[in-house]
Design a protein around this ligand. Structure first.
Ligand code: ZN
Length: 155
């Protein structure tokens, strides 16, 4: 009901030559963050990504979501078309490699359980645990993961 009233008000505002209400913009911004994290929108240019054969870009079979103009891509969860995170440019792909290299030992070498490791990491990144997914991290956050993990592991 409230939404309907809001849209009617918006149309009248625009017809009267007014500017669109700012809240209308914030309504569209939030879903975009989710679409970026799902690999469907490129975080660099804001364009839509496309599903392509992984062999075109990586040494691996399977599928990738790609933004051609930005040369950014990410893989999918095995057997699905679901992206494992946001598409990454060269810098972010490299950072992700180091994130895996320094952070996975937390549980593969038995320092703590995987669940504990992500809880610890969420605290270090100051983000909610539900948002603490490696595929969702940007470059700055990846660098932070590398830094705190190396410190923890004494590397
Ligand atoms: Zn792009």
């Amino acid at each position: 009901m409230r939404m309907l009233w809001f849209c009617v008000g918006q149309r009248e505002r625009l017809q009267a030559g007014g500017r669109p209400d700012f809240t209308m913009e914030t309504l569209t911004l939030k879903p975009n963050v989710q679409l970026v994290n799902k690999g469907l929108i490129c975080p660099y240019c804001g364009g839509r990504t496309t599903l392509s054969p992984g062999r075109k870009y990586t040494a691996k079979d399977g599928l990738v979501w790609v933004c051609e103009p930005c040369f950014a891509w990410t893989g999918v969860f095995k057997g699905t078309t679901v992206a494992n995170g946001r598409v990454a440019n060269k810098e972010l792909r490299e950072a992700r490699w180091y994130v895996n290299y320094y952070f996975s030992p937390f549980w593969t070498e038995g320092h703590m359980t995987k669940w504990q490791a992500f809880k610890w990491l969420a605290g270090k990144l100051r983000i909610p645990q539900k948002d603490c997914r490696l595929g969702w991290l940007d470059l700055k956050q990846c660098n932070k993961v590398i830094e705190v993990s190396r410190k923890f592991l004494n590397h």
